[in-house]
Design a protein around this ligand. Structure first.
Ligand SMILES: Nc1ncnc2c1ncn2[C@@H]1O[C@H](COP(=O)(O)OP(=O)(O)OP(=O)(O)O)[C@@H](O)[C@H]1O
Ligand SMILES: [Mg+2]
Length: 753
């Protein structure tokens, strides 16, 4: 622990025993304050309720703290630092040192000459002067555990628009690896050419003069070179593998965080399949850069080494080889575009074929019950025929360039021998037999780079298109620019609408029109109105899903746009008509938003939601595994689990948007019977088409085409609100106007307001 007293300071901290509960609190406080202070130094206000502890742990571990900091929009890393590293740490930002006893200090500075670091007690006041501490002292209490924090540095690159250049920049971050790959490439290119030159020596000198010693030497050299080529190739492949894996990790992280950050609007306007397809393109771009670009660069290296050698040996033969290589590249260049076009059609036809297949499998019940098999088979047959035909034609076209380049290829491989023979015979002395053999070996390596070059430029077109597809997803502005931004008040639950008007981005007319109302904290409020009247829109605005409204929407007097989005959403429990359960056990699903919740809370939430009864009947109870799409729980059970999930964190505000509409009458009655208890101590907004299930509400808000028509308890609404009365009698035809008043008025409805 840290005191102002320098001497005491490095004394060992309190040993934690079970009986020293107060000390645990003090130690915990020191750890948390340190983190909160440093976060505040970077302009981020942390919310202590967002810190998740591993269950059973007395103190937050460094990892817990890092998760907390990162979730709040800071860059954070837990590290084991040596004293030397600490002294040389290259930052003006404060560093958190975690002591062996669990407490913490903030390192505010370093004096290299004196060999001390300056520490502050996180629980002290601002006026406290940082205490200088040297190595011997600090070693007694600290074994290196530290947390480094700084503002999210990647924010800048993360927010940069996605372009070709952006990916290149990401690749260039791996400068070390790239250097190694490049270096290995150059050496491999040289090493693979030298044995060929030795072959020339072998033929011209060794064979001609029967020099056995030279043969030994040349053989040794060649073996050595082959060995080094093997080692280098292995190293290079390794580096390339590393590069690929690292890039993929970077891109994966970036992609997913961008996806999570996209506003719901994006997902509503773009089908999941299209987003998925677009994102797949990023792997093509990545593959292009690490595959095509890199291999082209290597091949150009090789060419730059081989060409001078060839020209040195015989410029005449070299020119011929070059010309043949050009011819090969030209043929490929001429055919490639049409082959590409054809293959695009093949891919499109395959996709269409697949659509029929998927549609049939998904809709197999309908297909069978309506006896649609013949139609589906006909559709399938025609798509198969189309795809097969296109594939055949594409293959036929593709065979042309392959055949046309053969004479030129053969020339570079073997034809040079004939030409060389002519030169040798007509101009004796200008060229040796060894040089001709060299041309036969090296000449065939000249055309490769040319062909790659042509392919590269053709690919570039497609890659540009791919980049454009990715841009549509990744350049959509995220929901919040900075997740650390905004207030994090503790809500009581008073909601006030002040002249609230909202139009959906794609909508023509406002979904909510000048809505003004005040809902006291702790109110259980029903929300009714015809379909499309704006009920779900209000629920969305409250959760901050759409924030582009006019007027004000406040909770406890704080305008929602000022509130930190993550905090706002965590303050709400939300249950929709159709809820998604994740793969995992029932317990996992219920504590999804609050990992670390204890079993008691889980059981309490399930009991409130009326889910306890069926969970306990399941053979594995809370550990029952829920499969993808939750086929092993019924619709009603899923809904009750969703309600339990929303209640698990005991939110101040709860929204049920037609949460019980899909329930069978029995489960609905069960949930409704619990509504009062569920509502206890929180503000609740219940959207429902069935007015009878809202009888318990303190207030009911009646909406019509986005306008507030009335806000009152049931009995009052029945008296004075025409729309409400109509809806009520539509649903309760057996009641006459007179009988309605005879209906046992629920306590809440009678007392409300
Ligand atoms: N994502 C959206 N984009 C554009 N317009 C929307 C969107 N969601 C809803 N709307 C429009 O806003 C209006 C209000 O819709 P809202 O979903 O709030 O109605 P609702 O009262 O919940 O209806 P229901 O009872 O059918 O659920 C409707 O006219 C609807 O067409
Ligand atoms: Mg709705």
């Amino acid at each position: 622990m840290l005191t102002d007293d320098d001497e005491d300071y490095a004394g060992s901290g309190p040993a934690l025993g079970p009986e020293e509960g107060g000390l645990v609190d003090a130690v915990m406080e020191s750890r948390l304050s340190a983190v909160v202070h440093v976060a505040r130094y970077h302009g981020v206000e942390l919310d202590r309720t967002e810190l998740r502890l591993v269950p059973g742990a007395p103190l937050p571990s460094p990892a817990d703290l890092v998760v907390w900091l990162r979730a709040s929009g800071l860059w954070a890393q837990a590290d084991h630092l040596k004293w030397r590293t600490l002294l040389r740490i290259n930052t003006d930002d404060p560093v958190i040192l975690l002591f062996n006893d669990g407490s913490a200090a903030i390192m505010t500075g370093v004096d290299l000459e004196r060999g001390v670091v300056f520490l502050r007690d996180p629980r002290g006041t601002v006026e406290d002067v940082p205490v200088p501490v040297d190595e011997t002292r600090i070693r007694q209490v600290w074994s290196g555990e530290s947390i480094l924090i700084r503002p999210e540095r990647t924010e800048a690159t993360a927010r940069e628009p996605f372009t070709f250049g952006w990916i290149f920049k990401v690749v260039l971050r791996e400068r070390g690896l790239l250097r190694e790959i490049g270096f290995a490439g150059v050496v491999i290119a040289i090493v693979s050419v030298i044995p060929v030159l030795f072959t020339m020596v072998l033929i011209d000198q060794v064979m001609a003069h029967e020099a056995l010693n030279t043969l030994y030497f040349v053989t040794d050299m060649i073996l050595l070179l082959w060995l080094s080529e093997a080692v280098l190739t292995y190293t290079q492949q390794n580096c390339m593998g590393h590069l690929g894996v690292r890039l993929d990790t970077r891109l994966n992280l970036h992609l997913f965080s961008r996806l999570l950050g996209l506003p719901i609007d994006y997902y509503e306007q773009n089908p999941a399949g299209r987003t998925h397809f677009r994102l797949q393109q990023i792997w093509r771009v990545r593959g292009f850069i690490t595959g095509n670009v890199l291999s082209l660069t290597m091949q150009i290296f090789q060419l730059l080494i081989i060409l001078p050698i060839l020209f040195y040996i015989s410029s005449e033969l070299a020119w011929y080889t070059l010309a043949a290589s050009f011819a090969i590249a030209l043929i490929i260049f001429a055919f490639l575009p049409s082959i590409r076009r054809f293959y695009k059609r093949v891919v499109a036809a395959d996709a269409e074929k697949n659509t029929v297949l998927i549609e049939t499998v998904h809709g197999i019940r309908t297909v069978k019950s309506l006896a649609l098999e013949p139609q589906q088979r006909r559709a399938w047959d025609s798509k198969v025929a189309e795809a097969t035909d296109l594939r055949l034609r594409a293959m036929r076209l593709g065979a042309w360039p392959g055949a046309l380049i053969i004479p030129f290829q053969r020339f570079t491989e073997r034809g040079v021998m004939l030409l060389g023979g002519f030169i040798m015979l007509s101009n004796p002395g200008t060229i040796t037999l060894g040089s001709i053999v060299i041309f036969m070996i090296l000449g065939s390596r000249v055309s490769g780079p040319f062909v790659s070059f042509v392919r590269f430029f053709q690919d570039l077109e497609e890659i540009r298109a791919a980049v454009h597809e990715i841009q549509i997803v990744l350049d959509t502005p995220p929901e919040v620019e900075n997740i650390g931004r905004g207030l994090r008040p503790t809500f009581r639950g008073e909601i006030s609408f002040d002249d609230l008007t909202f139009t959906y981005p794609m909508g023509k007319s406002p979904a909510i029109r000048s809505l003004t109302a005040d809902i006291p904290a702790g109110t259980m409020m029903g929300l009714v109105g015809r379909s499309g009247s704006g009920k779900s829109t209000i629920a969305r605005l409250l959760q901050g899903i759409n924030r582009t409204y006019e007027g004000y929407l406040k909770i406890d007097g704080v305008e929602l746009r000022e509130v930190n989005l993550a905090h706002l959403r965590r303050s709400f429990g939300v249950v929709l008509q159709d809820n998604f359960l994740f793969r995992g056990t029932i317990r996992d699903n219920i504590i999804a938003s609050r990992p670390g919740l204890g079993m008691e809370e889980v059981v309490r939430a399930c009991r409130l939601a009326g889910a306890e009864e069926f969970i306990e009947r399941m053979p594995e109870g809370y550990d029952t595994f829920i499969e993808e799409g939750s086929p092993n729980v019924s619709g009603g059970q899923r809904q009750r689990l969703a309600i339990a999930r929303a209640l698990a964190s005991d939110p101040r505000l709860l929204i049920l948007d037609e949460a019980t509409s899909a329930l069978d009458p029995e489960s609905e009655a069960l949930v409704n019977a619990n509504l009062r208890r569920i509502a206890h101590g929180r503000t609740m907004v219940i959207v429902s088409h069935r007015l009878a299930s809202l009888l318990d509400c303190d207030l009911t808000m009646v909406l019509d085409r986005g306008r507030l028509i009335d806000l009152a308890p049931h009995a009052v609404l029945l008296e004075r609100c025409e729309i409400y009365r109509t809806l009520w009698f539509q649903q309760n035809r057996h009641l006459t106007h007179g009988a309605a008043n005879a209906l046992p008025a629920p306590d809440a409805a009678a007392q409300g307001n």
